[in-house]
Write a protein that binds this ligand. Sequence first.
Ligand code: FAD
Length: 298
Amino acid sequence: MDFAEWLKKFTSVKTTLSEPMKKHTGYGVGGAADYFVECFSVRDLRETIYAAKAFGLPVKLLGNGTNVLFSDKGFRGCVISLKGLNTLKTENGAVFAACGVSLSALSGFCVKNGFTGAEAISGIPATIGGALKMNASAYGQSVSDYLVCANVLDGDKFKTLSKEECGFRYRESDVIKGDRAVLSASFAFPKKDSLTVKRLTEEYRSRRKDSQPCGCKSCGSVFKNPDGDFAGKIIDEAGLKGLTCGGAKVSVKHGNFIVTETGATAQDVYTLVNEIKRVIKKEKNVILTEEIEFIGEF
Ligand SMILES: Cc1cc2nc3c(=O)[nH]c(=O)nc-3n(C[C@H](O)[C@H](O)[C@H](O)COP(=O)(O)OP(=O)(O)OC[C@H]3O[C@@H](n4cnc5c(N)ncnc54)[C@H](O)[C@@H]3O)c2cc1C
């Protein structure tokens, strides 16, 4: 029995062979994953990870794909999409969100139920899992601000991590340390009237539209901000806005965004990232480090 047959026999996941990752990532580029598995339950996620390991397949978990660049050569292993794990509810006064819930859905839920604390992050196109891994934040608000705990799968054990144990830092956390999978999270958002929450959410979304390229394929900020500075500003000052490599281009609206056109390749993005780093090192003596993650061979 091969891996796909095993999954069919023992789980309810949806498995696709040779699935192009360009269909599942912000840049809309990237080659095929040998196995693309969509999970809809925690049990199936655990079984899939277990089986992939038993079949000797590398595993990559995927939320909304807005911080990852898959190589054009694809991924020789199993990509597990978690967007099907999307329970969102209140539980003992806290908001419980499964790892595949989008921040947009979370913020919509907060508007409807009168919770404050997710207005500024509402426009980040992330899932809870990806956002917790990256400690996603915007306009001074972070996904971890009101986090009570995160439930994770650590090997074959279920664990609950306190906020402190998650070790949140700028665009980093310990939540997935040791290859843990984030399963869900609970948030203690304070109550606020729905109309005010709605108004604030709309204000933040409109601010985002004014400063970032909209309707383009991207993974948001490519580089982390160096201490006390902004990567976008540095790239802008170096005159790199509009710089192009194949179908990838430094956004003219926001220097820290690379946007892609139809026909772009992952290699175009990768080459452009390295060219930006080279120029910024030479002209500004600043070493930029990537916020986006490269997956596979470049
Ligand atoms: C237009 C645009 C605007 C953006 N604006 C912002 C912003 O304002 N602030 C900001 O911080 N980011 C921003 N981003 C970047 C991006 O949305 C964040 O990094 C986000 O946290 C990625 O979430 P994701 O679900 O897409 O993760 P993915 O890209 O799918 O995955 C990212 C990483 O998390 C891992 N992962 C995903 N889910 C899980 C899980 N359940 N368990 C364990 N590991 C997991 C993946 O394996 C991968 O290593 C923006 C992106 C875009 C395209």
